[in-house]
Design a protein around this ligand. Structure first.
Ligand code: 13P
Length: 254
């Protein structure tokens, strides 16, 4: 059995932030991703859909990848306001986040919807980042593992056995709050997620990247990214500041 770890991925989720002026921030991220950093970690930025093409063009010839924040399960059709995985791939995206808690809450996305989106992403040649995570009430009730286990079972597509898929554990109560789980809680959850993925997908489950997300900042990155079975981060607020995003990624250089 190999003990080799997946290559880390530090991904920025810009959410509904950024106009064309933010191209400057992205340029600073591209510039900061020097040879030393790129030798240790993969970097991904997921801007709002309006900036995907602009960022993808700017990133050509650099190691930084660009991704979407959501996609529709269909390739095209009468779905006003939606963006398909095919469209994201067409403008140069290589990843797409699916099932973020803000989508699950604001748009009532179910595990079934998330799985359909992940499948559409794979069919379009994108790597889906499937998000899971419990609420504060669920954790306090001692149900965090059960909730995340059910989300994984329902949201992960069968294709994950042979196609690249990333999983992001984002406790809902840690998103945008400055609160983070303890190292022991992250270790427990990531160990549980890893075991679930290995049970279901075999060797592919062992090699899948498991990101932690929720109030990751330069000041706590080293601690959180150092936890066993944490293969990177999904960063919200701190990814909007180039220096902070790069500082988080540099945790892998220490
Ligand atoms: P924050 O880093 O702002 O807590 O957001 C985390 C997140 O939701 C990333 O997808």
């Amino acid at each position: 059995m190999t003990t080799e770890r997946p290559r880390p991925l530090v991904a920025g989720n810009w959410k509904m932030n950024g106009t064309r002026a933010a191209t400057k921030t992205f340029a600073a991220i591209l510039e900061g991703c020097d040879a030393a950093l790129r030798s240790k970690v993969d970097l991904l930025v997921c801007p709002p859909a309006t900036l995907t093409y602009v960022f993808a063009v700017a990133a050509v010839g650099t190691p930084v990848k660009v991704g979407g924040q959501d996609c529709h399960a269909a390739t095209h059709g009468a779905h006003t306001g939606d963006v398909s995985a095919t469209m994201l791939a067409d403008v140069g995206a290589s990843y797409v986040i699916v099932g973020h808690s803000e989508r699950r809450t604001d748009h009532r996305e179910t595990d079934e919807t998330v799985k359909a989106k992940a499948r559409a992403a794979i069919a379009a040649g994108l790597t889906p980042i499937v998000c899971v995570g419990e609420t504060r009430e669920e954790r306090d009730a001692g149900r965090a593992l059960a909730v995340v286990g059910a989300q994984l079972a329902g949201s992960m597509p069968e294709e994950a056995a042979r196609e690249p898929v990333v999983v992001a554990y984002e406790p809902v109560w840690a998103i945008g709050t400055g609160l983070t789980p303890t190292v022991a809680d992250v270790a427990e959850m990531h160990g549980f997620i890893r075991q679930s993925l290995v049970d279901r997908f075999g060797a592919a489950g062992r090699n899948m990247r498991l990101l932690y997300g929720g109030s990751v900042k330069p000041g706590n990155a080293r601690e959180l990214l150092g936890v066993a079975e944490v293969d990177g981060a999904l960063v919200g607020g701190a990814s909007l500041v180039a220096e902070d995003f790069l500082a988080i990624a540099r945790a892998y250089m220490e």
